[in-house]
Design a protein around this ligand. Structure first.
Ligand code: UTP
Length: 291
């Protein structure tokens, strides 16, 4: 069983970006010259997958619009000899043409697990990748491809793990693990935002997963949390309690947290400094600011 489809949940409220997220999905916020969601789409394509399922909010068409072809715009740019811009728009069209997009609606933001459950009707008996677009991964080999490689041999769910400094574990889902090979772990338990004393390791879960169809059995029967949400981490814990195997892979690469304003700013600077056209000039201008 190989992984061909990728789910991207984008139906959350994005409260950490308010008031901006009242009118614009946070996934369209630009990191330099591309919206955050495009980095995730390019990761999926680079991993040789091309079927993408968005879990979207009701009436929210902006992300799908962004990836739609724009022949009228291309014609205007051509008539006005705006060749560089035309090339950029065409490049986006070329990316979109490689992908089969579908979308499902999550009527209310009832949690990341509930979002994934909405995709069940579009899936057969197959494993799928899940990518949360708050996390952008800068890596040589796409993070989701690294997980697929592990999945190929184990045929069990795989989650991306990252080591963080001990004092930061309280912000993440932290895993208790048994190491079984270089960078590969069997997950024993997930503890959401533990205290420093409770944290079983310095390995935390990042928003990249490979799930097998079994997860839907657990999502369907999951009880909502106190806030009325179905939380993926809790559902995975139920699976672990039932003796199911879930692997963790400490991926190679850098994770950029784009889920809040400061993370987005830092990620923008990260990609801007590496940008072939803007990097040098930005470096100089930061020096001129005498930081
Ligand atoms: P987050 O909890 O980080 O995002 O969910 P959020 O809820 O949109 O943002 P805040 O916390 O209010 O600022 C991670 C991902 O899961 C999606 C979000 O869109 C985001 O991409 N999500 C979350 C859903 O699709 N549905 C949900 O009910 C919750």
């Amino acid at each position: 069983m190989n992984v061909k489809k990728a789910i991207i949940p984008i139906a959350g409220l994005g409260t950490r970006f308010l008031p901006l997220s009242k009118a614009m999905p946070k996934e369209l916020l630009p990191l330099v010259d591309r919206p955050a969601i495009q980095y995730v789409i390019e990761e999926i394509l680079a991993a040789k997958m091309n079927e993408i399922i968005f879990v979207n909010r009701p009436k929210s068409k902006e992300v799908l619009e962004y990836f739609k072809k724009s022949p009228k715009l291309e014609k205007i740019l051509q008539q006005r000899n705006k060749n560089n811009l035309l090339e950029e728009v065409k490049e986006l069209t070329r990316i979109s043409e490689k992908i089969i997009f579908s979308s499902v609606i999550q009527k209310e933001p009832l949690g990341d697990g509930h979002a994934i459950l909405q995709t069940k009707k579009l899936l057969g008996n197959e494993a799928t990748a899940v990518l949360f677009p708050d996390d952008i991964i800068d890596s040589d080999v796409p993070c989701v491809e690294q997980l697929c490689e592990i999945f190929k041999t184990c045929q069990k769910p795989v989650v991306a793990l990252m080591k963080v400094p001990r004092e930061q574990v309280t912000r993440y889902g932290v895993v208790a693990v048994e190491k079984i090979a270089n960078r590969v772990y069997k997950i024993k338990k997930i503890i959401e935002k533990p205290s420093l004393e409770e944290a079983p390791s310095d390995l935390v879960i990042i928003g990249r997963y490979i799930h097998t169809p079994e997860v839907f059995d657990y999502l369907k029967k999951a009880k909502p949390s106190e806030k009325g949400e179905i939380i993926l981490a809790e559902v995975m814990n139920r699976m672990l309690e039932d003796g199911k195997t879930i692997y963790g892979y400490e991926f190679k690469g850098e994770r950029l947290d784009c889920g809040d304003k400061i993370g987005w700013l830092k990620s923008s600077i990260h990609f801007a400094l590496k940008h072939p056209e803007f990097g040098q000039e930005l470096k100089q201008s930061l020096k001129d600011e005498k930081l």
